[in-house]
Design a binder for this molecule. Sequence first.
Ligand code: HEC
Length: 150
Amino acid sequence: MMRQPLRRGLWVMAAAMMVAATSLAVYAGSEGAAQESAWDGVFTEDQATRGQKTYQQECASCHLDDLLGDGIAPPLVGVPFSFRWSELSVGDMFMAIRTTMPQGAPASLSVAGYVDIVAYLLKANEFPAGDTELPTEEDALQEIIIDEMP
Ligand code: HEC
């Protein structure tokens, strides 16, 4: 009976060590990845224009043409945008939109369609266009960080 607490203690210690090892691995992983800033021209004008068209068809009924939302659907520009996405990645935004929007029909657009909309949202939030399109691979999108304006 006396051994019970000791054994539980060892388990707790082993579990804690595993958690520490895992978070170290995660840290090393993100450290190793070459991160990019969303300010580096990560989408093209054409892509944002395509995204705008899709947005108008699929999203504007709730979030409105000016992206300011209608009271229930939140604004997708300005302070609410920075507040929600600051320091997260373009991949985080892509995943959140793809898994929940359009409301009632998540994941109903093509991956490229969602990526184009993300390009449009970046443009609408004053991020500059560049020479290469946003990629459609989630891993690559995860490496682009929506950081503060440099
Ligand atoms: C039928 C109305 C409707 C449509 C269409 C719609 N949304 Fe939404 N959207 C909402 C509502 C309501 C919320 C707030 C509740 C929620 O987050 O689920 C929301 C939330 C969001 C958010 C915030 C999510 C978060 O994690 O903070 C984003 C971004 C967004 N919508 C983008 C889009 C995009 C892009 C489209 C088009 C592909 C779209 N929405 C279509 C109603 C809609």
